[in-house]
Ligand binder design. Structure first.
Ligand code: 5RP
Length: 223
């Protein structure tokens, strides 16, 4: 009997499986994180069959360029067929918590350019209700305390500033604990309006249309 696949092996599996969703000749939207790193490494093998990438972070840009994959300025791109990214949690509707790697703002911007969000994740990320993973929220530094108070008052969430973290955009990340996000659409819509909030790490409006989930029995495609 073979040993169960490790989390890293599951990430590599779904990173490679995502190649099947890349549209030949197109520009690919590329997320951020350790699962996406596996995708980028696999994408390098077919780099001559794509027109380039739009990237969601400095880290992913560097990895793409190291493979010789051209990275385009998002302002020069109007529409892309797919955006491929990981998640910290994903529910049965494809709504996600993202931002564990602090790249949530650029991730949402690139996701917004895409026809379809393809989520790649190992099965530990699948949840019934979002919120066990602390919700990342990118905030302008001067709004951090007020946004933290708002999460407490509105949802009973305990927000702390992520230590030692400045985003690619020069902002702070709040991690909000103790949430039960039963209505991700409503919470995303409300918290996005609070002054000083740059991006809430709930991806409900920009939820995944397909999730490639790495499981002990292989890659499951959830739609
Ligand atoms: C980065 C993200 C990542 O997609 C998320 O944190 C998952 O990362 P990993 O694939 O390393 O588990 O949202 O901001």
């Amino acid at each position: 009997m073979s040993a169960p696949l490790t989390q890293d092996q599951l990430k590599a599996l779904v990173g490679r499986a995502a190649l099947d969703h890349v549209v030949p000749g197109s520009i690919v939207g590329v997320g951020t994180g350790s699962t996406v790193n596996c995708f980028i490494d696999a994408l390098a093998e077919i780099k001559d069959r794509i027109a380039g990438a739009v990237s969601s972070s400095v880290a992913s840009t560097q990895r793409l360029q190291a493979h010789g994959i051209p990275v385009l300025d998002s302002n020069t791109v109007e529409r892309i067929p797919v955006y491929i990214d990981g998640a910290d949690e994903i529910d049965g509707r494809g709504c996600m918590i993202k931002g564990g790697g602090a790249a949530l703002t650029r991730e949402k911007i690139v996701a917004d350019l895409a026809e379809r969000f393809i989520c790649i994740a190992d099965e530990s990320k699948r949840v019934a209700v979002l919120g066990r993973f602390p919700l990342p929220v990118e905030v302008l530094p001067m709004a951090a305390a007020q946004v933290a108070r708002r999460f407490q008052a509105a949802y009973g969430g305990e927000a702390t500033v992520r230590a030692g973290c400045t985003t690619d955009n020069g902002n702070l990340i709040l991690d909000v604990r103790g949430l039960q996000i039963t209505d991700p659409f409503a919470m995303e819509a409300e918290a996005t309006l609070w002054p000083g909030v740059v991006t809430v790490g709930i991806f409900a409006r920009h939820r995944a249309r397909v999730c490639l989930l790495g499981t002990a029995s292989g890659v499951q495609t959830l739609t």
